[in-house]
Design a protein around this ligand. Structure first.
Ligand SMILES: Nc1ncnc2c1ncn2[C@@H]1O[C@H](COP(=O)(O)OP(=O)(O)OP(=O)(O)O)[C@@H](O)[C@H]1O
Ligand SMILES: [Mg+2]
Length: 387
């Protein structure tokens, strides 16, 4: 039995493993709907931790803090995929956790993801498990150069990826991933010369009800997402195909919660699976202003087994631009006055304590009658934003 969410005699608390921007925006949606949130994060004053008195600094590595967090929570969800499976399984013995420990075990490993989805006919780039330098050489011989070597776990913002351009680079790549302190299992996949990168957010609750958001285009620089165009400027049949593939991914793993499915569109209009994130996703931030129900609200609804809200857009187009740190310093911008004068643009600052180069500090979402208009509004606002 799921705990009752709207029980007048007992407030319901959603526990969030992690306190970054995804947890913050999830917490804001939960609180708007009358839920309380508990936040477990390493330190005090995280973006989500600042929103609640139920803040548990210490992280999941500290048993007493973890236990207090579990006791404070009715249902638990997570904002990133990096939690140790053993810890998640232990939490699951005491509380419902969504996505489940089984789902997480599957999606924490990019090789398992590709194996699971290609087994049900979802197209992916060629991929292989890598256990030795010879495996890398064999992959290059079989599928050609360049190819991409990836750590199977703990990759984010491209940190676990390396493009192998020629055989002579194999030693260097092997050293980088396999001889450092953070040695992780590796995989290889063929390099996709994509025409566009796409993403689809899918929400699914325990009853199997689903809500599929429009397919968007994501634009990355140096493997980091810099902007998102919604809906993706692609033909209608590709929109439909991308949504179908993303839904199939989430149904294949019986996922409960919100999932971000990243896809490649090739020049000959094939859509290939790249990876799935078991949580709200950067490509879905635009849904706060541009869709009937944001990805964060649908995440809360999905993990608490409430009916899902419409994922349809309520404006013709939207553009999101990430505010990435440009230099080390405080997380507070010098000037937002001129930026705020741009119409139909919403500023989101996450309230992180310090800036690092490339760190996601906030984002801007612009809406408009067309993608071009929305994107130029967002770009103008970005130009006027002063760190
Ligand atoms: N096989 C590939 N071919 C071409 N480009 C790739 C390939 N795999 C990854 N990339 C590029 O690198 C980016 C990051 O890769 P991936 O999504 O695997 O890593 P990540 O570190 O988990 O990313 P993020 O946290 O940014 O989603 C992709 O969005 C894409 O631009
Ligand atoms: Mg990715």
């Amino acid at each position: 039995m799921l705990p009752s969410i709207y029980n007048p005699s007992q407030p319901f608390t959603l526990g969030l493993l992690g306190g970054g921007q995804l947890a913050k925006m999830t917490a804001q949606a939960a609180q708007r709907m009358g839920l309380r949130v508990a936040v477990l994060e390493l330190g005090e004053g995280s973006p989500a931790g600042l929103l609640t008195k139920l803040e548990f600094p210490g992280g999941w590595g500290d048993p007493a803090t973890l236990e207090a967090f579990i006791q404070a929570s009715d249902i638990i969800t997570l904002e990133n995929e990096f939690i140790a499976p053993g810890v998640l399984a232990a939490i699951s013995e005491k509380r419902l956790v969504y996505p489940t420990a089984d789902t997480m075990r599957l999606v924490q490993d990019k090789f398992n993801q590709k194996q699971t989805f290609s087994a049900v006919g979802i197209p992916t780039p060629h991929f292989a498990e890598i256990a030795s330098k010879d495996d890398l050489r064999r992959f290059g011989e079989e599928h050609g150069y360049p190819f991409v070597a990836k750590t199977r776990t703990h990759g984010y913002d491209g940190y676990g990826n390396a493009t192998v351009k020629r055989e002579t680079e194999i030693d260097m790549v092997w050293r980088r991933f396999m001889e450092g302190e953070t040695k992780r299992p590796l995989m290889a996949e063929s390099f996709v010369t994509f025409a566009k990168e796409l993403a689809v957010i899918v929400a699914r609750n325990k009853r199997g009800e689903t809500a599929v958001y429009p397919c968007v285009q994501t634009i990355q620089q140096g493997h980091v997402c810099v902007s998102v165009l919604a809906p993706a400027p692609i033909e209608e049949h590709l929109q439909v195909r991308a949504q179908e593939l993303a839904l199939q991914c989430v149904e294949t793993i019986s996922g409960v919660g919100v999932f971000g499915v990243e896809l490649f569109l090739t020049p000959d209009d094939q859509i290939l699976f790249n990876e799935i994130a078991p949580r709200p996703h950067n490509s879905g931030h635009y849904t706060i202003e541009a869709c009937h129900t944001s990805q964060f609200e649908n995440h809360v609804r999905a993990v608490t087994n409430m009916p899902l809200g419409s994922a349809a857009m309520r404006v013709p187009a939207a553009a999101m631009i990430n505010l990435l740190g440009e230099k080390a310093g405080s997380g507070i911008p010098d000037d937002v006055v001129e930026m705020l004068k741009v119409s139909d643009v919403t500023l989101h600052l996450y309230g992180k304590n310090d800036v690092r180069v490339g760190r996601k500090m906030g984002h801007l979402t612009a809406t408009g009658p067309t993608i071009d208009v929305a994107f130029s509004r967002a770009t103008l606002a970005l130009e006027r934003f002063v760190w």
